[in-house]
Design a protein around this ligand. Structure first.
Ligand code: R5P
Length: 304
């Protein structure tokens, strides 16, 4: 097995290679002055099983183009099988036509990926569990929820006065799974509303929550944090219910521009994310904690 890294998250690729007890294999990625990329595999890969580590996170278009070229390079050079590990799958949210005239971006991504000859893809915590169904290649959907459950237990956050929270109704399945992993820890869901034009997020009400319950801690769990508005709205709503110890767990730190300020100044005590997306130093803040997906990915790669 040979493991290659694109430029999106070399740190994660190095951690995975370390877990596997191998060195990263070499790929040259050259950027022309106009931004175009030329990629070249620098090792013999004939009949090899090749893995590419490349989350398709922002800059999403650049990371996808680089990935397409890397797959093409490996297949042309004789690789037997190419597997992509893209913990965060870019464009997954645009999986159907929401408003007349829109493109189905995820369908375009799927067909382009499959046309390169890619054999298998490994992703984490998809926004929609139906996404694997549209792919015709091997598709492995892993989750960070087990890692979150272990962290919650290790940090002693699953007390009798704490509650799991999904910050929107779309996260119910996720919160149910985590609740089971934590011996049926109680949970509630927020009814959220986002204005598609302004991007404003409102956390309207807590569903499945008894106002007289004596919860003092809450653990908000989401698949991704982009602007940070969902998390901040959830934190603010929970504080109005008298809950002041608030922790956040999210798999994908997409962290668009305002996220650092919003999250860093929120009342969340700790915000746990994974290293599936690299968080540059200038986007980090004191309450941010990064958990590694490398052991889970290495385990998956060694077993397949
Ligand atoms: C929405 O359905 C997702 O699960 C996340 O809650 C959302 O994408 C987070 O976005 P933002 O951080 O911009 O509010």
């Amino acid at each position: 097995m040979k493991v290659f890294s694109g430029t999106a998250n070399k740190e994660l690729a190095e951690r995975i290679a370390k877990e596997l007890g191998i060195a990263l294999s070499e790929f040259e990625i050259f950027v022309f002055p106009d931004g175009e990329r030329r990629v070249q595999v620098r090792e013999r890969v004939v009949e090899e099983d090749c893995i590419i580590i490349q989350p398709t996170s922002p800059p999403v278009d650049q990371n996808y183009m680089e990935l397409f070229f890397m797959i093409d390079s490996l297949k042309r050079s004789g690789a037997r099988k190419v597997t992509v590990v893209s913990p965060y799958l870019g464009y997954q949210r645009q999986d159907h036509v929401f408003r007349d005239g829109e493109a189905v971006s995820l369908e375009v991504i799927r067909s382009t990926l499959e046309s390169t000859g890619l054999n298998k893809i490994v992703v984490f915590d998809l926004h929609t569990i139906k996404t694997p169904e549209i792919f015709t290649i091997d598709f492995v959907h892993l989750s960070a929820l087990e890692l979150f459950a272990k962290t919650i237990a290790a940090e002693h956050l699953n007390t009798s006065s704490s509650l799991l929270i999904s910050p929107d109704m779309g996260g119910i399945r996720r919160i149910e799974i985590l609740s089971k992993l934590l011996h049926n820890m109680p949970y509630a869901t927020i009814n959220k509303n986002r204005d598609l034009n302004s991007g404003k997020v409102e956390a309207n009400e807590l569903v499945n929550f008894q106002d007289n319950a004596s919860y003092t801690s809450a653990l908000i769990v989401d698949d991704m944090i982009s602007s940070g508005k969902t998390i901040v709205a959830a934190v603010d709503l929970l504080r109005t219910k008298g809950i002041s110890n608030i922790y956040v767990f999210a798999t994908h730190p997409v962290f668009s521009d305002e996220a650092k300020e919003l999250l860093g100044s929120s009342h969340a005590k700790k915000i746990f994310v994974t290293d599936g997306i690299y968080v540059p130093v200038n986007k980090r803040f004191p309450t941010l904690h990064i958990l590694s997906l490398a052991p889970l990915i290495a385990k998956e790669l060694s077993s397949s």
